[in-house]
Ligand binder design. Structure first.
Ligand code: EPZ
Length: 428
């Protein structure tokens, strides 16, 4: 098992370059299956969710080659059996994107129920609703999802709630369906636009991605393509908050500022200086951090994936802050860990009330999930003393080289191996 050991209290200063977006890549890699030729993907982050996704393709029979740092050539035309290996699929939530892509290509798919971060209830009813609307029959037994369609016919899909995953799966299943599909109440996240741009570069006909109505005209063939994935808005936001929490001065490079608007707006309210350039933002803090209220919303609202991180920052702000988690019903599991560091937070259902404290103290803590782990890193960087974070495999699912990127900004952080069960590492 591995842990981060952080000696806190050092200002972060310098430059950090943001990697490719995890939540775009975990949809684009399965989407390669839809191509009738090889694809070359660029700006692919070296994180465990990517390793698992590539391994799934490899185990299914695809030819996967790394051509350079973050560059992969994938030829999935050799895949014939639309079944995803259970042992790999259960390791991450995004394995359910193989349902949509395999259904779209083969009209059949068999994938285990998804794994991933425990954030409360995470049903897949809207995914199955989308597949059924297109003409597929879905069954769920022994933890496996089986879907099958004689033919996929374009249809009207209205989501009962805004869901990123189901929006992505509906697009993957509909791109080769016969006729027009209209998805209403669609999610609008940047990674949905990125997937649509990737598929359109293969010859798909998708309009309206990034709005709440997406129209897809099915096509018979999708060709291989070359595509570079967008930068990760959540990784960028995480470093922006870390710079603010240590009252540092950091240039966060290789970002799309428009994707960061809600994060920038909230940080400015807290008293953080955010200077925007074409493809970077500079973070600095002059005066006191002040309380604010944050409510997570679907894009373009404040992202739920930034909720733990901003809460860690608000522990250091003057006054009482209110954080409301509108997307998931159990995304405050990190609060107990922050309390061990001296945070004063009370949680009632989906609302956390945070009383700002002057300082956090280092302590041994455990990462309960990916973004909660990032929040503990931020707290450890700002705290006085030593913070040891266990179960860092959660963090490494979504942050490429986080300890070397932080060390380059002046942080005192090392990764140590400790006795205990090691988590299965998946390599290509
Ligand atoms: C994606 O999860 C992301 N994961 C999550 O990021 C992110 O927090 C979430 O979108 C919201 O932005 C990936 O992209 C791999 P949802 P997903 O479907 O698709 C409910 C991270 O930290 N819902 O938008 O699972 C659901 O329970 C991860 O990178 C249904 O009710 O999220 C939730 O309350 C964590 N029925 C809400 O919708 C469904 O069929 C939003 O979920 C599907 C979802």
């Amino acid at each position: 098992m591995e842990r981060f050991v952080i000696k806190g209290g050092r200002r972060l200063e310098g430059e950090v370059s943001i990697s490719g977006a995890k939540n775009a890549v975990v949809a684009i890699i399965p989407a390669v299956i839809l191509a009738d030729g090889p694809c070359v993907l660029e700006n692919i982050p070296q994180i465990s969710d990517v390793a698992i996704s590539l391994r799934i393709l490899y185990e299914m029979g695809a030819d996967v080659k790394q051509l350079g740092k973050g560059v992969y050539r994938i030829d999935a035309t050799t895949i014939t059996d639309p079944i995803v290996p259970y042992e790999l699929a259960k390791l991450m939530r995004a394995s359910y994107y193989f349902l949509g892509t395999l259904l779209g290509k083969f009209k059949r798919a068999r994938v285990s129920m998804p794994g991933g971060c425990y954030l409360g209830d995470r049903p897949i009813d809207q995914h199955l609703k989308a597949f059924s609307s297109l003409g597929a029959a879905c069954t769920l037994e022994n933890g496996m999802i089986d879907i099958y369609a004689d033919s996929l016919i374009g249809s009207q899909i209205y989501f009962d709630k805004i869901t990123v995953g189901a929006t992505i799966n509906a697009i993957l299943a509909a791109v080769k369906a016969t006729g027009l599909t209209v998805i209403e109440n669609a999610a609008k996240e940047p990674h949905i636009v990125d997937l649509a741009n990737f598929l359109n570069s293969m010859g798909a006909d998708i309009m309206g991605a990034g709005t709440d109505v997406i129209k897809i005209r099915g096509v018979r063939h999708l060709k291989g393509t070359e595509y570079a994935v967008i930068p990760d808005q959540i990784e960028a936001g995480t470093y922006m908050v870390a710079a603010a929490a240590t009252r540092g001065n950091v240039l966060v490079k290789n970002v799309i500022p428009k994707h960061l608007e809600s994060i920038t707006a909230r940080l400015s309210k807290i008293g953080v200086n955010v200077e925007e350039f074409d493809d970077s933002v500079r973070i600095s803090v002059d005066g006191p951090l002040v309380k604010t209220s944050v409510k997570t919303m679907p894009h373009p609202g404040f992202p739920t994936d930034m909720q733990p991180q901003i809460s860690a920052l608000l522990c250091l702000a003057e006054g009482t802050s209110i954080v409301t988690e509108e997307i998931f019903n159990n995304r405050f599991r990190y609060v107990d860990q922050l309390r061990r560091m001296g945070a004063d937070i009370s949680v009632e259902g989906r609302v956390a009330v945070i009383e700002g404290v002057g300082k956090l103290m280092g302590a041994p803590v455990t990462a309960p999930d990916l973004r909660a782990g990032a929040a503990l890193v931020i707290a450890g960087l700002a705290a006085s003393g030593i913070t040891e974070i266990d179960d860092i495999y959660h963090i490494e699912r979504g942050y490429e080289n986080i300890e070397s990127k932080l060390r380059a900004l002046g942080a005192d952080i090392v990764k140590k191996s400790v006795p205990g069960n090691s988590v299965r590492k998946v390599a290509l």
